[in-house]
Design a protein around this ligand. Structure first.
Ligand SMILES: [Zn+2]
Length: 269
């Protein structure tokens, strides 16, 4: 029979294996959480949707019908391309999904009710503005990946308030929101490391350069990356249109002609 101390050690080892083996100090790693579920939804489903959000890095969003596991809309931070400072990924997602649900024939009152059955996956922990908007919406679930702490530690401007404080202070709202953090952070974090942290290495085929209007040197794709991306992009879009058909336009902003109209990776300088 094992002693309490032995059991405690075994327990600690398991927690270590689950929580800390791949990325010290951060939350769950995808490979290690494959057998888990959050709020009755398998972790594999959680990571699948977070990867869709992460395709719109660094601040990407995917909104999913929690019950039917269907995508409603995707969005990215649009501050830089619209000039509207409130268009963080999450606000952009609320705008885009409202548009999609309106196009599907829902009335404003039906859209307001729909948020309670939806899950927003967002690559970054919602800031005070976005967390408040999501609580006003009564979003059924919010699943975020990279923490505000990590974002701040890597040099990006951010409001120093964890989203949990907004959630805690919104207790009088009529609809609850399940709030999960650090999901797939091991895959989203790198997108927040290199851009404003001058000591972080650049991703492959990028070099650190001065960029007009930026307060720090930034990782800029080199010519090899640009030509490779250009070569791949047409191929990728063609394949996407063939395999997903009309839904490709909804998901990725690919038009019927195969030209991608969505800008990706928008961010503030
Ligand atoms: Zn925000």
């Amino acid at each position: 029979m094992q002693t309490i101390a032995q059991l405690a050690l075994l327990g600690a080892a398991c927690v270590q294996a689950v929580l800390g083996s791949h990325y010290p100090g951060l939350g769950l790693h995808n490979d290690d959480q494959s057998g888990l579920s959050l709020n009755g939804v398998p972790a594999t489903t959680r990571t699948k949707w977070m990867r869709v959000a992460n395709d719109h890095f660094p601040f990407g969003v995917a909104v999913v019908n929690t019950t039917s596991d269907e995508l409603v809309c995707v969005a990215a931070n649009k501050v830089g391309v619209t000039g509207n400072p409130s268009m963080h990924g999450e606000i952009s997602g609320l705008h885009r999904c409202t548009q999609v649900l309106t196009e599907r024939g829902l009335s404003p009152q039906e859209i307001l009710a729909a948020w309670h059955d939806l899950t927003m996956y967002t690559t970054g922990e919602p800031c005070a503005m976005c967390a408040s908007a999501l609580r006003w919406a009564g979003m059924g679930e919010v699943v975020w990946a990279t923490s505000i702490e990590t974002i701040i530690k890597n040099g990006r401007n951010q409001i120093y308030l964890p989203s949990s404080m907004i959630v805690a202070a919104s207790y009088s709202m009529p609809h609850q929101t399940h709030w999960f953090g650090s999901i797939l952070a091991n895959e989203t974090d790198p997108h927040f490391f290199h851009q404003f942290n001058e000591s972080a290495p650049c991703p492959g085929m990028c070099t650190r350069q001065k960029v007009a209007g930026s307060r720090v040197t930034m990782c800029v794709p080199d010519d090899e990356w640009k030509s490779e991306w250009k070569a791949r992009e047409g191929e990728w879009e063609k394949q996407l249109m063939e395999t997903k058909g009309a839904i490709a336009e909804e998901w990725y902003g690919v038009t019927g002609s195969g030209r991608k109209i969505r800008n990706r990776g928008h961010d503030e300088l």
